[in-house]
Design a protein around this ligand. Structure first.
Ligand SMILES: *[C@@H]1O[C@H](CO)[C@@H](O)[C@H](O)[C@H]1NC(C)=O
Ligand SMILES: *[C@@H]1O[C@H](CO)[C@@H](O)[C@H](O)[C@H]1NC(C)=O
Ligand SMILES: *[C@@H]1O[C@H](CO)[C@@H](O)[C@H](O)[C@H]1NC(C)=O
Ligand SMILES: *[C@@H]1O[C@H](CO)[C@@H](O)[C@H](O)[C@H]1NC(C)=O
Ligand SMILES: *[C@@H]1O[C@H](CO)[C@@H](O)[C@H](O)[C@H]1NC(C)=O
Ligand SMILES: *[C@@H]1O[C@H](CO)[C@@H](O)[C@H](O)[C@H]1NC(C)=O
Ligand SMILES: *[C@@H]1O[C@H](CO)[C@@H](O)[C@H](O)[C@H]1NC(C)=O
Ligand SMILES: *[C@@H]1O[C@H](CO)[C@@H](O)[C@H](O)[C@H]1NC(C)=O
Length: 453
């Protein structure tokens, strides 16, 4: 059902790869980093067809799901922030606004039936980045970045579910979608990450309270371990008593940056310092000889098995580690040492395809023929993070932020005021960051319950 990867072209591309050289990156040179980032960004955006005549703005073609478009435009907002290259801004802004939906909450009609909390969350986090980076505001008659993030936050509050497991958000929004019983780290991570950043941006304690509450639930149920490993999820079919222990880099990253924000928001509280430092320490599982890798699905010396979604996960760990380095100087050097070795390795293996600068998946190897949008996005995120020290501070409403908010945004949530029916076979199937591993974990969990009780 998922995990369809483009590997057919690998052999052809390997021979073409000898035609041109890899991206030449000197991480100490601003011009070199900007040039490398521009090359990788061009490769990534070549997957985007939403600006072609007759195509739908904001969408990506198969096999890329809607959420990944949100994360891609978030990456391009950061691309502008890091490089000051404005050439993609009109395309990016148009896409970000085209998917807000009738209620300005990133629940567009075409996606709603299959939309999960994480899908909506990735678009909201892109909007939040736009606010924090002072990315150009939309025209006054369009929804504004801060208000879009607030809309998604407000809707997630209404979805907080105390009926099982003592709380938490479900992965899916609607009962009829597979994964409704799964309470997972990425759905709750989106909520935690957005809540903490809204607290910092607006100064409103209510958002911080929700970030605290989400952390407490995650820790209480065991999705964040005592040594700050973030596990994938748990099911309410057994009241969240068994945990799927798979660790993905994006889960570690999403809580890392949210904790960095809470550490700042609480004026360096010792509680948040321990959480932040613990999460940072436990990123070690995602590095091999200083080079980032997706340890759950990029086994060494074998053809990768990461699915389409997972191929992009290193983008988020890179993004949120860099943002943490920016916000918390005490961890800057530790983080940047890891990102520097990773950026050099990532650029060095961007040496495939007909253009000779296509990025593969395994940064600890040379070009492996496993190309795709997620691989471009991951390489771009880590390479452009080399400009973090030159980039402006992330703003708040009181330090130069100009995005307009609306504390009541999203209150006409389509999830509560309209009757949503299941997707038919005619609808585009399967939003949700649906991993084969998660599904097997779910089934495994059911099996364990049957035999164990
Ligand atoms: C669409 O976007 C791509 C990538 O940014 C760009 O190369 C192309 O020129 C754009 N096409 C149009 C019609 O704007
Ligand atoms: C929704 O799908 C329809 C039919 O494909 C398309 O015309 C429309 O532009 C899409 N809307 C968005 C926001 O992508
Ligand atoms: C389910 O788990 C929550 C939180 O751990 C607990 O408070 C609640 O009592 C449990 N419910 C049942 C029926 O065991
Ligand atoms: C942090 O410090 C600022 C300025 O001293 C103060 O206004 C704010 O209330 C403090 N916040 C917390 C959570 O202690
Ligand atoms: C993180 O690692 C450092 C260095 O090994 C150690 O000193 C520190 O106690 C660790 N912090 C936490 C919260 O585990
Ligand atoms: C981009 O512009 C900002 C000022 O708006 C500046 O602080 C930053 O250094 C510039 N970045 C680069 C890589 O030139
Ligand atoms: C943000 O700051 C502006 C003034 O710069 C102020 O008018 C507005 O009320 C502030 N908004 C919030 C949410 O604090
Ligand atoms: C703070 O946020 C909460 C939750 O959205 C909202 O109800 C409240 O009005 C906000 N307070 C202020 C002062 O903006």
């Amino acid at each position: 059902m998922r995990g369809k990867r483009i590997i057919a072209g690998a052999a052809i591309c390997a021979s073409w790869g000898q035609v041109a050289s890899a991206i030449d990156l000197d991480i100490t040179s601003t011009d070199s980093v900007k040039s490398a980032a521009a090359t990788i960004a061009y490769g990534m955006m070549s997957y985007y067809t939403g600006n072609h005549t007759g195509d739908n703005p904001g969408n990506l073609p198969s096999p890329y799901y809607w959420w990944e478009a949100g994360s891609m435009f978030g990456t391009m907002i950061e691309y502008w922030y890091y490089t000051n290259d404005t050439s993609y801004n009109p395309t990016v802004t148009a896409a970000m606004l085209s998917q807000v939906g009738d209620n300005d909450d990133y629940m567009p009609t075409n996606q709603t039936k299959t939309e999960g909390n994480d899908d909506q969350g990735f678009w909201a986090m892109a909007a939040m980045s736009a606010a924090e980076m002072n990315y150009p505001n939309p025209p006054d008659d369009e929804p504004q970045w801060l208000a879009l993030a607030q809309a998604v936050f407000n809707e997630m509050v209404t979805r907080w579910d105390d009926s099982t497991c003592g709380g938490g958000l479900r992965w899916q929004i609607f009962t009829f979608n597979a994964g409704y019983t799964y309470k997972n780290s990425i759905a709750n991570g989106c909520f935690f990450n957005i809540a903490s950043r809204l607290a910092r941006y607006t100064g409103n304690q209510t958002y911080a309270d929700w970030a605290e509450k989400t952390w407490d639930w995650m820790e209480g149920v065991g999705l964040i371990s005592t040594d700050y490993k973030v596990y994938d999820g748990t099911s309410d079919t057994d009241n969240c008593t068994s945990i799927d222990h798979i660790q993905f880099s994006y889960n570690q990253g999403i809580y890392l940056f949210g904790s960095a924000v809470m550490y700042e928001f609480t004026n360096q509280s010792s509680t948040w310092q321990a959480r932040l430092e613990g999460l940072l320490n436990s990123t070690d599982i995602f590095f091999k000889d200083g080079v980032m890798y997706e340890q759950a699905c990029e086994p060494v010396n074998t053809v990768g098995t990461c699915d389409t979604d997972q191929q992009s996960f290193k983008a988020y760990l890179s993004r949120w580690m860099a943002a943490t380095a920016k916000l918390v100087p005490a961890y800057h050097d530790t983080i940047m040492a890891l990102l520097k070795t990773s950026a050099s390795a990532a650029a060095a293996q961007c040496s495939g395809g007909t253009d000779g600068v296509t990025c593969g998946e395994h940064w600890y190897q040379s070009y492996d023929g496993l190309y795709g949008l997620g691989q471009q996005m991951s390489a771009l995120s880590v390479v452009q993070s080399m400009l973090i020290d030159e980039a402006p501070a992330l703003v708040t409403n009181s330090t130069g932020g100009t995005s307009q908010g609306n504390v009541n945004a999203g209150s006409k949530s389509s999830s509560s005021s309209e009757v949503i029916t299941p997707a038919t076979s005619g609808d585009r199937a399967g939003a949700g960051i649906l991993t084969a591993l998660v599904i097997s974990g779910l089934l495994g969990g059911v099996g364990m319950m049957v035999t164990g009780s």
